[in-house]
Design a protein around this ligand. Structure first.
Ligand code: ADP
Ligand code: MG
Length: 701
């Protein structure tokens, strides 16, 4: 490679003027440190032509920069022979999906998340070949994937034989190398399209710096490599980025640009006394009802505060939510909407097909040419965002076991094949789970039904149980809402596709009024990002007292019950705190007030009612969490089943007359209304059927 001399003198001046101190510092720690970082902006101020040339002909200009660095006058006769100049802040930022052949050999900046990274291994740069006949060493540069032998034979003029050669590793030059794969970050994806990715080569001191889940900008030269075919080289090429420098993006939601005008809108919105309702109304407006779930999702979007303590411990701010329930109650729809709304959302299914699954894996694949590659799964890719995981009940066992760590410590560790790595997964989890047996069953334990260990379940801050109970007024409303939604959609499609339709936009807008979000989703995303970036609320004293009281009173109700796991643990207390902080963040307030605390306990009660409070006594009942059914209710169901069994034994065809069953139950103190409810539930569970309105029949005897 010929170094272009054109800029050499100028580049030396440039380094002297702007980087004199940095170069001295580098000389001090050389060769432990081997890189000088140069900001493109400074180069551009210094000389626009060179800056332009750097983008267009990076190979030669970077080499010239390196040569200039080696030429610098340094004290102690130090020579920076194998130092690199790394240029950051390259303005030629190209989205991964837009990389084309015109970008080949240009300096480009690519932004995204590291999805996979191989182990760091040496790569031969200059191979020393010893001629087996005359012992002369011939050096051969190794640019490609395959080891090249001396092309024109032994260097010794008197020999000149074409082999055999022996590779002498001690005299060859090696460099550390690592391959990685960078993928578009979730927030840059519009409308749930598939993320695209590109391979990156890291060399020398750039190796070992990145791991899956890192958000980075990689500046480098775009290269193409022919696809390897078994017999020879293919004419199709793959893109590969040869990294020159890495910039880290660690700030939360850095990537979302908020203009001054938008900031004004956001601040105005935050003053709206109805901001809570407005945001709730902006979450999945096509889904009717489910207000308390949407409210929880709002808190999850805003999230509590991450805390670092002096002793090095860290508590999470992320609020984990799980929706458990019957099929067809819009769980998946809600998940998808949140992924769209969250500044950083990743959607995954428990049945994930990729090797890394939800967490991470070490695999051998083509990226590493047989080396081990660490690949990050959904939880890693959702770092600093929300991971929505549908069908959690179908998660792989490996994922289930690493989920404990992912949800509490917010890291994922891999120890396999000598690789020990810890990846970050600082994300909120929004899970959805269907009951394993099709429909949700009130009598059985929640944990069993969604095939998830109770220990894992208890890591969720809020658990919602969504039942699909036929109920005519609500059903009517949902039906009206769904039909209206589709009708409005039909109108819009009709107008868009049939030019002579004659449907006016005003009419459509009018029909859409219920399903247009109060706050535009794009603005809401920015609102959330703004809040998470700028708001760090502190809790008022009365708010603290309220939460303490609530917690201790819940604990009290668990007192005196033997052998039942107390459902309310200190973990719930932390959940309360996070929710209260999130509530303050919703209105961009730096104070957690009593009102926030009350909002928190309200929504917590809403959830506990579903999972941990006996509806017939209003008391906390640990049995509900453990078995899914309260003690008093279980007793009643047993009595009712016994009555039906006794009566049907003496009845023709095993059909017990309903009247007799009710009369018998009355004697045991179970009222007719209670009977209606219980019979309904038992028949939904499939234990009894109603052959006709007047009779009940046991399915199993
Ligand atoms: P799940 O994941 O709970 O099985 P889905 O999210 O797939 O259910 O929802 C099934 C369908 O029912 C969706 O098209 C959804 O829009 C509709 N649906 C269910 N409940 C409602 C509701 N409350 N309002 C509007 N649509 C609903
Ligand atoms: Mg679903």
């Amino acid at each position: 490679m010929v170094v272009d001399e054109k800029w050499n003198k100028k580049l030396k001046d440039f380094l002297k003027r702007y980087y004199q101190d940095d170069v001295l510092e580098l000389a001090n720690s050389y060769p432990d440190k081997r890189s000088l970082s140069v900001n493109f902006d400074k180069l551009e101020i210094f000389d626009r032509d060179i800056a332009r040339d750097l983008i267009e002909n990076p190979e030669s200009v970077v080499q010239s920069l390196g040569a200039a660095l080696k030429d610098m006058d340094l004290p102690l006769m130090k020579k920076l022979d194998s130092a690199h100049v790394r240029v950051t802040n390259i303005p030629n930022r190209i989205p991964i999906r837009d990389l084309r052949s015109k970008h080949l050999s240009k300096f480009v900046a690519v932004e995204g998340m590291i999805r996979r990274a191989t182990e760091v291994r040496p790569r031969i740069m200059k191979a020393a070949f010893k001629c087996m006949r005359c012992d002369t060493i011939t050096f051969v540069e190794q640019p490609g994937n395959k080891l090249d032998e001396p092309f024109s034979g032994c260097e010794n003029e008197n020999c000149g034989k074409r082999g055999p050669f022996k590779l002498v590793t001690e005299q060859s030059e090696f460099i550390d190398s690592q391959k990685g794969q960078i993928q578009e970050s979730p927030e840059s994806l519009k409308g749930g399209s598939n993320p695209q990715s590109i391979e990156i080569n890291f060399a020398d001191d750039l190796t070992g710096q990145i791991s899956p889940g890192d958000r980075v900008i990689v500046n480098g030269i775009l290269r193409s490599v022919p696809r390897a075919l078994r017999d020879g080289k293919s004419t199709s090429y793959d893109l590969i980025l040869e990294a020159n420098s890495i910039e880290r993006l660690d700030q939360e939601y850095d990537e979302l640009d908020i203009t001054a005008e938008e900031e004004e809108q956001i601040l105005a919105l935050s003053q709206d006394p109805e901001i809570y309702d407005k945001i709730v109304a902006s979450i999945a407006p096509t889904i009717y009802g489910n207000e308390h779930v949407k409210r929880a999702l709002m808190y999850q979007l805003f999230s509590g505060i991450v805390k670092q303590f002096p002793d090095g411990t860290r508590t999470r701010g992320d609020i984990h939510v799980i929706l458990v329930g019957d099929p067809g109650v819009a769980k998946s729809q809600l998940l998808r909407y949140i992924v769209k709304l969250s500044p950083r959302g990743v959607f995954a299914s428990g049945k994930s097909a990729s090797a890394s699954g939800l967490t991470a894996a070490a695999v051998r694949d083509e990226l590493g040419d047989g080396r081990w590659t660490i690949e990050g799964g959904a939880f890693v890719m959702a770092d600093m965002g929300i991971a929505a995981v549908d069908e959690m009940d179908k998660m792989r066992d490996e994922d289930k076991s690493s989920l404990h760590e992912a949800m509490e410590q917010q890291t994922i560790s891999i120890a396999k094949a000598g690789i020990i790595a810890t990846l970050k997964s600082r994300c909120a989890v929004l899970g959805a789970a269907n009951p394993v047996y099709g429909r949700f069953n009130r009598y059985e334990s929640l944990a069993d039904q969604i095939d998830m260990p109770p220990a894992l379940l208890s890591r969720f801050d809020l658990i919602f149980v969504l039942l699909d109970v036929p109920e005519s007024t609500l059903d009517g409303k949902i039906a009206a809402h769904v039909i209206q939604t589709h009708y409005a959609g039909e109108l819009l499609q009709h107008k868009n596709n049939i030019s002579s339709s004659g449907i006016t936009q005003e009419f459509i807008d009018d029909q859409m009024v219920n399903i247009i979000p109060e706050i535009d989703p794009e603005l809401l995303r920015k609102y959330v990002a703004y809040s998470r970036r700028n708001i760090y609320p502190i809790m008022d004293e009365d708010a603290r007292l309220h939460l303490t009281d609530f917690y201790t009173s819940l604990r009290k109700q668990g007192e005196g019950k033997n052998n039942t796991p107390v459902p309310v643990t200190a973990r719930q207390l932390e959940a309360l705190i996070r929710l209260a902080e999130a509530s303050a963040r919703v209105r961009l307030s730096n104070r957690v007030t009593l009102k926030d605390a009350v909002r928190t306990t309200d929504i917590t009660m809403e959830c506990l009612k579903n999972v941990g409070i006996d509806p017939s006594t209003g008391m906390m009942d640990a049995d509900i969490i453990a078995t899914g059914i309260s003690q008093s209710q279980r007793g009643k169901i047993q009595i009712i089943l016994d009555i039906i069994r006794t009566i049907s034994d003496r009845s023709p065809g095993g059909k017990a007359p309903k009247k007799e069953v009710y009369a018998e139950a009355e004697k045991s103190g179970i009222s007719a209304e209670e009977m209606d409810v219980n019979i309904d539930q038992i028949s939904r569970r499939g234990d009894i059927i109603k052959p006709d309105p007047e009779h009940l029949k046991l399915v199993r005897r």
